[in-house]
Design a protein around this ligand. Sequence first.
Ligand code: SDX
Length: 428
Amino acid sequence: MSENAFIEYDGNKLELETMIGSENEIGVDITQLRAKTGMITLDPGYGNTGSCASDITYIDGDKGILRYRGYSIEELAEKSTFMECAFLILKGHLPNHSELAEFDQGISEQAGLHYSMKNNFDGFPANAPPMAILSSMLNTLACYNTELLMTEHEGEAFELVVSKIISKVRTIAAWTYRTSQGRAYMPPNPNLSYSGNFLHMMFSQPFDEYKIIPEVEAAVDLFFVLHADHEQNCSTSTVRMVGSSRANLFSSVAAGVGALWGPLHGGANAAVIDMLENIHSNGIKLSDYVDAAKDKNNDTKLMGFGHRVYKSFDPRAKILKTHVDSVLEALKIDDPLLNIARELEEVALHDEYFVSRNLYPNVDFYSGILLKAIGIPVDMFTVMFAIGRMPGWISNWREMLSHNQRICRPRQVYTGENLRPYVSISDR
Ligand code: SDX
């Protein structure tokens, strides 16, 4: 039994129950606060507010811990695959051989897109932002699956929607890239792995099959594993928010893409490369750039640094940093941006401004260098993040519905004008 909490205000004292999580996190239950006191809490950005209880992912920001369903990200990165992690995040346990084969098969069967969707792709201008196309085309899937727009969160129909979205997000991404290159769409190859098929659809030519290098296929799969879920981040909370109105899963994940697009969130991986290339091409001294990032008079940030939750190293950044080396070596690439990233990290980690604010490299700091080495264009980096995060978004959407959660509707403190009479325009 946990200790209760108390709020005292204006001579009144309200006892509030607390909830203790499986990792001893404590949540104060304020569900009755307004009814009993007329007061609400105020927490812009929700830095101190829990939106839900969840069994999916655990993060300890102070210790740099990340676990999917209790398994450490370090073990999953080393021993698992994206399909196995997707199953784990969605179902709550690691699959046995037959479960994984069935899950894999279900996803592989759904890799294609309805031929008419070609008209949608052809309708976008060549320079259309890939995240805009991705969000649009995820919603467009709803137009081709009208019989699946229900909001059940379990059963065969739900499993089919899950397979469709996890499989087709990859195809939509690849065809988005090919549209921008003016290339014909490359049909999926069901004999390839999830990540291998993605590379094939991205880079194969009609008479020139893309040669999948094992290290590259493994690096793409690792990238997806590391991005598969991350508890109640901005985009996942968006998916829950949209789903709470009982909107269908296609539109809920399409909304998640919109939230992920922002440079403070999933857009940071591309922003890191832009930052490193700016430093490289303009010969900017690293200490000068770090000083600019500390200067409150401009909006320069050290992109890929800092995190709302991690106040120590983001474990995903550590894993990516080691894998970048092996991929660049396998591809015989010597990327000057990697050296700049390393030096920038070194400068920042010894700078009082960053140290005192617990600002460390996050998942985005090295991921862009890995994607660039593989040949993914910068404007597709956040699309890659969305592909990886899809199992996490879907699992959170399902969990929210399985808890039969009410529609999300936060309150506010009004600070505008008090009542005033209308004045006709002739008297203004
Ligand atoms: C992701 O939430 C998740 O789980 C997200 C994610 C996931 O997997 O879903 O992990 C993925 O989004 C990673 C974060 C990617 N974003 C970036 O790398 C962009 C750069 N980082 C910052 O914008 C910032 O660190 C955030 C957005 C990540 C976190 O913002 P917070 O929690 O609101 O922190 P803050 O802005 O209040 O920062 C606290 C202080 C401020 O300075 P002071 O007011 O105390 O003087 O630190 C400063 C900030 O100005 N600061 C930075 C900085 N990040 C924070 N200063 C310079 N450069 C930075 N990168």
